[in-house]
Design a protein around this ligand. Structure first.
Ligand code: AMP
Ligand code: GLY
Length: 413
């Protein structure tokens, strides 16, 4: 079996690593991949990102299965294009991917299917938005409708901040169209959880819960990043929380997908907020989370390829998804200065010898691993419980080093 994995981050390295464990798989291509995927068992990088070119590559190379990591190609219709050529691909169609591609679409979907979410208003006129923020309660959350590279959500403490955000999004158009329309919503206080699920359009199965650590500094301080680490399971996801999530968020989502006739075979990531007033859905993502995947897949006992195949065949209801006992902690090592300015090109020591590393901003140059991005790599540890997993992750992290390596010391705490 030949598998094509789309993407270049730590998430995609984790996906390649997990897929390579299936004995049926003899070859994995990662497009464009990174230094870690290239070095992974059975795996070769290919330097293609254009969808049409990828279709041609998949046809010529007789790819049996394509798995898409990031949201952009899904929203741009990669699944539709692959399928139209008879290629087997795992992910939602571009229409279904609107659940992530448009905040307005997803909020309206939640409302229609009575899924508890923050109260909101939709604005396509800046004067209306400015009028609203004069009267609303603070803090307030302003969200660009479209994709904004993870920067489209602004939590505004007062009118002044909200006005700047509206100016930036709607007038200065800093997101090239994606912020022309906005959602303004109620601020929710609570703890967040990420729950990945898989659906074949008929049933839906939750993965082990996870928790992301978005801020750059210990204690959740400083600016947001692409994620500085993750743990799984999420300690706040008690049995009651998970039951409530399944009944009031996950199952109604599947019902909505069916009633809207969305063609959804893929992953649905639910970003939830656990508050004193109950569990709210913050957002949908139409793909696996990064860095959640790097903490969730090491705990998956079942085979990922078999799981994906069951989903593509519409047989998820018969799939018994199994998890390892215990916990996983994954810590990101970043370049000094990230998420601001940082330098790259430093040699990474110790990468060859560790098998608990997922690479992200890593390149291979003259046979050496060198840094090439802000979030360079993540190292995970497993344990019978969260404390043991954390200890193991930080011990494993000692094996790797590069100039300016920075990591949080409190992942999972
Ligand atoms: P989203 O892309 O909608 O998940 O928003 C990104 C992040 O902004 C979330 O992970 C939360 O940390 C935060 N956020 C979004 N919406 C809200 C809200 N209504 N109340 C508080 N925080 C929020
Ligand atoms: N970790 C959040 C995301 O993948 O969007």
């Amino acid at each position: 079996m030949k598998v094509l994995v789309i993407g270049s981050g730590g998430r995609e390295h984790a996906i390649c690593w997990k897929i390579s464990q299936n004995p049926k798989v003899d070859k994995i291509f990662c497009a464009p991949g990174n230094g870690g995927t290239h070095a992974e068992d059975k795996c070769t990088n290919i330097d293609i990102t254009d969808i049409e070119e990828l279709v041609n590559f998949a046809l010529e190379s007789e790819i049996d299965l394509t798995v898409v990591g990031p949201e952009n190609p899904l929203i741009e219709g990669m699944v539709d294009k692959f399928r139209s050529k008879g290629l087997n691909i795992f992910g939602p169609t571009s229409e279904a991917a609107m659940l992530e591609g448009s905040k307005i679409y997803s909020k309206d979907f939640m409302k229609k299917y009575r899924i508890k979410t923050a109260e909101y208003g939709v604005f396509n006129d800046k004067d209306e938005a400015l009028k609203y923020i004069k009267e609303c309660e603070y803090p307030v959350v302003i969200k660009a409708d479209g994709l904004a590279a993870g920067k489209g959500v602004s939590i505004c403490k007062n009118y002044k901040e909200a006005r700047f955000t509206i100016e930036d999004f709607m007038v200065k158009d800093i997101f090239n169209g994606a912020g022309k329309n906005v959602v303004i919503e109620e601020f929710l206080e609570g703890v967040e959880a990420s729950i990945l699920t898989i659906t074949d359009g008929k049933s839906i199965i939750p993965f082990m819960s996870a928790k992301d650590h978005k801020q750059i500094y210990d204690g959740g301080k400083g600016p947001n990043t692409g994620g500085m680490g993750a743990i799984s399971p999420n300690p706040y996801c008690s049995k009651e929380v998970l039951k409530d999530f399944e009944k009031n968020i996950m199952n109604p989502t599947l019902k909505g997908i069916q009633q809207e006739n969305l063609d959804y075979i893929g992953i649905i990531f639910f970003g939830i907020m656990i508050t004193k007033k109950g569990i709210y859905l913050l957002e949908y993502n139409v793909r696996m989370g990064d860095p959640e995947t790097q903490a969730v897949l090491p705990l998956m006992k079942s085979d990922l390829v078999e799981l994906i195949e069951a989903s593509l065949e519409g047989k998820l209801d018969k799939f018994d998804l199994q998890w390892e006992k215990g916990a996983c902690c994954s810590v990101v090592a970043a370049s000094k200065g990230y998420p601001g300015k940082y330098s790259t090109g430093f040699t990474i020591e110790g990468m060859e010898n560790s098998n608990n590393i997922f690479a992200a901003g890593v390149k291979i140059k003259n046979g050496e691993f060198i840094t090439s991005g802000g979030r360079v790599l993540s190292v995970y540890g497993l344990g019978n419980n969260l404390d043991k997993a954390i200890e193991s992750a930080y011990n494993n992290l000692k094996e790797v080093s590069f100039q300016g390596m920075y990591f949080r010391t409190d992942i999972g705490r």
